[in-house]
Ligand binder design. Structure first.
Ligand code: ADP
Ligand code: MG
Length: 236
């Protein structure tokens, strides 16, 4: 059974169907890619999965439980965490304190400091633990945002363009982190425009275009899929 099972989800903004009968499954131990041109509906799908937006139709099942009517806080208690395309860090707080605040909300709240320090180390952020978040370059700030999501020890981790603003070396390290999270059993769903990253870390890739899933498959198949190439060319 997949950890996340989304089926037949539709969301309309006025006459614009941002999502139209979308299904997506994510499994423990795997990185699932979600790609598509700007405006395809990727962030809206994350909003539906994380409980920030109620779909007009369709279902979100998390670990066998229908959570479609649960709010974001309840879903987070069921092990769901996400990052945002628009960064949501506390700018005036240090990197460590950003992680601490998140850890205080997680299952390890009694050992929040230990959790925060463990994540700093895992993400290679120990050296800048005391830096204020609003002084960080975007690529590093995104890493802190991922750290905040990890602080609640998610079984399902939704990442919305986490590598935007990272340089080549940072992205390579980030790829290693994603693989190690999957190896720990996390179900990772990755929205990302960096095709090199998507193709190198994902086990399976979903392609959204204009609110519909137009292709699903392993990276090597998606890479050469005519429908997918056409959707991206249309975007350019
Ligand atoms: P993506 O993340 O793939 O770039 P989005 O999910 O952000 O796409 O947007 C999908 C579509 O829904 C776009 O046409 C966008 O303009 C529209 N949309 C997203 N959020 C809103 C909103 N809050 N109100 C109205 N339209 C929205
Ligand atoms: Mg988006």
């Amino acid at each position: 059974m997949p950890l996340l099972d989304v089926s037949q989800v539709t969301v309309a903004f006025g006459g614009n169907r941002a999502l139209d009968g979308v299904g997506l499954q994510a499994e423990r131990g795997r990185v699932t890619g979600l790609i598509g041109p700007n405006g395809a509906g990727k962030s809206t799908l994350f909003d539906v999965v994380s409980g920030l937006r109620r779909p007009a139709t369709g279902k979100v099942v998390l670990d066998g439980r229908d959570v479609t009517r649960l709010g974001p806080a309840r879903r987070s208690r069921h092990g769901l965490a996400r990052t945002f395309q628009r960064l949501e860090l506390f700018g005036r707080l240090s990197v460590r304190d950003n992680l601490l605040v998140a850890a205080e909300l997680g299952p390890d709240r009694g050992r929040a400091a230990e959790t925060a320090d463990g994540i700093l180390e895992r993400l290679g952020l120990t050296g800048i633990a005391d830096a204020s978040a609003d002084t960080l370059p975007t690529g590093v700030a995104r890493l802190v945002e991922v750290g905040r999501a990890l602080a609640v020890r998610p079984g399902l981790l939704l990442l919305d363009e986490p590598a935007a603003g990272q340089d080549g070396e940072e992205t390579e390290r980030f790829a290693g982190l994603l693989r190690s999270l999957a190896a720990d059993g996390t179900a990772v769903v990755l929205v990302e425009h960096d095709m090199g990253l998507v193709m190198s870390v994902c086990d399976e890739v979903y392609v959204l275009d204009l609110g519909k899933v137009i292709a699903v498959g392993p990276p090597e198949v998606i890479r050469t899929d005519e429908t997918v190439l056409a959707a991206y060319l249309g975007d350019a």
